[in-house]
Write a protein that binds this ligand. Structure first.
Ligand code: UDP
Length: 338
């Protein structure tokens, strides 16, 4: 937000303070929750490139990692705070466990829904208090197992309210509702991005997501695990494109919700074959059991995103996978054979 000073909303200070602050220092102080995570840390990198930005990250390292921000620690325009929606989870984190994706869902349904609902409520309270604009990263999962394909923002979704994925899907749906209710009732400036599957360097290696699983498996020489039936589709957006879309949305005039994702659609079998071809042609592809309620198809309709934000993805899957391979090789300690 521009100058999120409490004075901004005070009737006493407003007359004198806002012009002074706005004209003399056009700095932005930006808080990124989850800024030590995969997408969050790439967003922080991009925000820090602008010398007028001061960036504060709040993260409890449940799934994020301080190492993702190591180049900013100690920087005068950067601050890192260990904080989360619920202090207990910091103590409960078991090192070496699997947390995100299907892993997180299995381990912690309640923590997922609390983060989305209580976390969003807390951030909205803060945004209201300081007069800040707030952006929510919602998800394509609000469309559930979609009956409309590709998915435009106007589609209301097909979500199971009591299934194993509901903590995430319904949690984000409530978060969107909270955003709009704060907007209508308190006049808060909001932005909602519905982000589709995203991949790139710094993804958790063992979080159970499909791109990170396949790349790690290919580099370790293990079979690629395609969950049945393998014909289910996803559309994968490279992280630099995602960050670009988020910044355009935050800086623009439209509240959203708006889809940010790459419309290139692949079956999981096609993805496995592509990873195999690009990274390790020697590995096998195995069919394994799936989790319940897995959406059968997913592809963003980005007509509005193009028209309203002037955004479309630039990086194709075949170009993005090798960029991620290098990062995974370093972290897994697997060198490339000449
Ligand atoms: N998947 C797979 N093999 C894996 C992990 C996931 O085939 O090792 C499939 C999974 O069944 C789903 C898709 O990949 O259809 C995407 O799963 P992910 O957890 O990455 O994302 P989400 O389901 O949240 O879109």
């Amino acid at each position: 937000p521009p100058n999120p000073s409490p004075l901004r909303n005070s009737k006493y200070a407003a007359l004198h303070y806002i012009p002074l602050v706005d004209f003399l220092i056009s700095n932005m102080r930006i808080l990124v929750t989850g800024g030590a995570g995969f997408i969050g840390s790439h967003l922080v990198d991009r925000l820090m490139e602008n010398e007028k930005n001061e960036v504060i990250v709040a993260d409890n390292y449940f799934t994020g990692c301080k190492d993702n921000l190591r180049k900013w620690i100690g920087h005068p325009r950067f601050e890192l705070i260990r904080h989360g929606p619920d202090a207990k989870c910091i103590l409960n984190k078991r090192p070496g466990s699997r947390f995100l994706g299907s892993g997180l869902l299995k381990l912690s349904y309640l923590y997922t829904i609390k983060t989305n609902v209580i976390g969003t409520l807390n951030m909205l309270g803060l945004a209201k208090r300081v007069g800040a604009r707030i952006l929510l990263t919602s998800t394509s999962e609000v469309y559930g197992d979609p009956l409309v394909h590709p998915q435009p923002e106007s589609y209301w979704g097909n979500v199971n309210p009591i299934g194993v994925r509901s903590c995430y899907d319904e949690g984000k749906r409530v978060a969107e509702t909270l955003m709009f209710d704060y907007h209508r009732q308190h006049g808060i400036e909001i932005r909602i991005a519905r982000i589709f599957n995203t991949y790139g360097p710094r993804m958790n290696i063992d979080d159970g997501r499909v791109v990170s699983n396949f790349i790690a498996q290919a580099l370790r020489g293990e079979p690629l695990t395609v969950q049945k039936p393998g014909t289910q589709t996803r559309s994968f957006c490279y992280v630099s494109d995602m960050v670009d879309g988020l910044i355009r949305l935050m800086d623009g005039e439209h509240t959203g919700p708006i889809n940010i994702g790459n419309p290139g659609e692949f079956t999981m079998t096609e993805l496995a074959e592509t990873v195999k071809e690009l990274i390790n042609p020697g590995v096998e592809i195995n069919m394994v059991e799936n989790t319940p309620d897995d959406p059968r198809q997913r592809k963003p309709d980005i007509t509005n995103t193009k028209a309203l934000l002037g955004w479309e993805p630039k990086v194709k899957l075949r170009d993005g996978l090798p960029l991620m391979e290098e990062d995974f090789r370093q972290r897994l300690g697997v060198t490339k054979k000449k």
